[in-house]
Design a protein. Structure first.
Length: 379
């Protein structure tokens, strides 16, 4: 490895990047047929730059998966990367593109994990009931995992019923109350990620007989994907292909340092559009989906129309949920304020019996959201 790389890291006092370079070189030296997934996003740009710098034998093969819903700016960026590094980025077709997945299985909603559990419940014709786990397990005996998510409890023959917090429905505030008040009349699914990303990635690993799969996951991203891993390297003896995550320990600050130290250029999605992330266009899992849709409509209007046609029901349901949360929080704050005032007078809320009109309003769902994305005619 070029000693200038390490000197640049030490001169800038960033030993996270220094260590990452050393690990990358060491792991690549032990690999014969490594492959690297390229998304066109900012993390991916840094991974490519790192790997190319330490790949002295030029043995890494790069690939990109066309999910069927991609920015034209991303496709342009792939051409730029090929020219900059003198590499070929293999373009892969998905097993099923996103529009087909949504049509066949349902729309994604809120997060991959939430979508998966709701999909499982819908598959068993769940009626979104507020019953104890032991009752629901008797009614839906083949749906244990999703029911445990719904109830926020886990059951085992050894320990009985135990409360859970991590990845239960309670992680999304008021979600259970919202779903009971606004039962979805459309299918929900997380299958688009499986068929448009995971399966084609596994396919190329198998076709190229790869022994190392390099990806751009960072721990600081949070969520299920990053929480599934504890280190930057995973050995997989059964499949014969290990996994390496070169930027796993990078913070946002480390990313900025790397970009400045090595002159990494990102796609127009970042530099001109102003997006915070790339990937599947208009993905409903984004926390900033309204902001992203406005940017997409302005810069790639045809993609905006496609996204609304594909994910429209999810956008509407998400907006309704967020409005519901807003109302519930306001109600909660009002109750706390009233309790404080009553306590000063020596009276509790229980003594007053509460406000029946307010209680009734809380149980009702909000039907609109002033911040919801505006869907134009013909979209």
């Amino acid at each position: 490895m070029n000693e200038e790389l390490l000197k640049t890291c030490t001169d800038n006092n960033n030993y996270t990047i220094y260590t990452a370079f050393c690990k990358a070189q060491r792991i690549l030296m032990r690999s014969y047929t490594p492959v690297c997934s390229i998304s066109g996003g900012s993390d991916s740009d840094i991974v490519l730059d790192m790997i190319h710098k330490v790949d002295e034998d030029g043995k890494v093969k790069y690939f990109w998966i066309d999910t069927g819903l991609e920015y034209s700016a991303t496709k342009e960026h792939l051409d730029f990367l090929e020219q900059k590094y003198g590499i070929e980025i293999i373009r892969l077709k998905p097993d099923k593109p996103i529009p087909t997945c949504v049509r066949e299985y349902g729309v994604p909603f809120l997060s991959k994990y939430v979508s998966e559990q709701m999909m499982r419940l819908q598959k068993h014709n769940f009626q979104w009931e507020d019953e104890p786990l032991e009752v629901l397990l008797q009614k839906y005996p083949q749906c244990k995992t999703a029911l445990q998510w719904w109830c926020g409890e886990r059951y085992s023959d050894k320990d009985g019923y135990q409360k859970i917090s991590r990845f239960s429905i309670e992680r999304n505030r008021y979600l259970k109350q919202f779903i009971m008040a606004n039962q979805p009349d459309f299918p929900i699914s997380n299958k688009c990620c499986e068929f448009s990303k995971k399966k084609p990635a596994k396919r190329i690993v198998k076709e190229l007989e790869a022994d190392l799969d390099i990806t751009g996951i960072r721990q600081s991203e949070g969520g299920i994907r990053s929480a599934a891993f504890k280190t930057c390297f995973s050995e997989c003896k059964s499949k014969g292909c290990n996994t390496f995550r070169p930027v796993f320990w990078y913070t946002d600050g480390d990313k900025r340092d790397y970009e400045e130290m090595f002159g990494v250029t990102h796609s127009r999605c970042y530099t001109e559009y102003g997006l915070r992330r790339t990937g599947c266009v208009g993905c409903p899992f984004s926390k900033h989906i309204n902001e992203e849709l406005a940017i997409i409509e302005q810069n790639e209007p045809m993609l905006y129309k496609a996204a609304v046609n594909i994910f429209g029901k999810s956008y509407e349901y998400t907006a309704k949920y967020r409005a519901f949360v807003k109302e519930m929080k306001a109600k909660e704050n009002e109750e706390k304020k009233r309790d404080r005032l009553l306590s000063l007078n020596g009276t509790s809320a229980c003594d007053t019996g509460g406000d029946s009109d307010t209680r009734s309003a809380v149980r009702s769902a909000v039907s609109s959201d002033e911040n919801a994305p505006e869907i134009g005619k013909g979209a």
